[in-house]
Design a protein around this ligand. Sequence first.
Ligand code: FAD
Length: 241
Amino acid sequence: MDLSLGALARRLGRTVPSWRLAVQDAQAVTPLVRRVTFGAAGLGAMAWAPGQDLVLNLPGAPRRHYTIRALRERSLDIDFVLHGHGPAATWATDARPGEEIEALGPRGHTRLAADADWHLFVGDDTCVPAIFAMLEALPTGARAIAFLEVETPTERQKIATAADFDLEWIVRGGPARPSSLLLDRLATFAAPAGEGHAYIIGETSGVRAQRQFLLAQGWRREQITAEGYWRPDRIGGHDHV
Ligand SMILES: Cc1cc2nc3c(=O)[nH]c(=O)nc-3n(C[C@H](O)[C@H](O)[C@H](O)COP(=O)(O)OP(=O)(O)OC[C@H]3O[C@@H](n4cnc5c(N)ncnc54)[C@H](O)[C@@H]3O)c2cc1C
């Protein structure tokens, strides 16, 4: 199979912009998250909705999806979780200024639902960048609840947003694996009044179970955005749920 970004663009059957990204800087955000700042020509024209990702072609790791954590006129940030098993995470550990990679996008339907009365964000370590980008984009008066599962207490990050929000960190206490912690939390979640929108992302089996749970609770399909970001033994890509 042709894993090049060109082949992916052709398969998507539409014009998806491609970018040549050059590493400008790399810094630790937490012990297990490394933020790589990339520069590229024309970023000011990038049509990005917070929550969306780029498909990266990394050395030895074609087609890895990574969320744009922040976008500026001349640079963008990507937060890589150092999960310890794959070439993309390993690349981020050693990324050096001047290195160049290819990227395609932005893509993806993980983006804010404009007309929701309130927003429910559920995700694991790999979803903090998407959920934080969306939280930051919410306007004053918006209401949000976020449940975020991370490996250790030191993975909890701070965020500033104009929205009225409750953020609950759920500490797994060990390496990432399929887990029912977020499903258990959803089971005791009391939904506010009005029409909510749920963003359910993370390890695929967990995402499936959480989405099924919400549907069984009476949520409509169109109220739920769901995507599998990784799963044991899957190499790159993403799962439709
Ligand atoms: C839309 C989208 C947005 C994403 N955004 C981000 C992001 O902003 N930051 C980020 O860090 N990740 C993000 N991910 C997840 C990331 O794409 C995957 O974790 C990817 O598999 C990492 O590539 P790799 O080369 O490190 O590992 P791979 O070569 O793909 O996998 C190697 C092994 O590692 C395991 N593995 C992969 N990811 C994890 C993990 N997170 N924890 C434990 N084991 C894992 C696999 O099951 C496999 O066994 C996103 C995924 C999607 C679909």
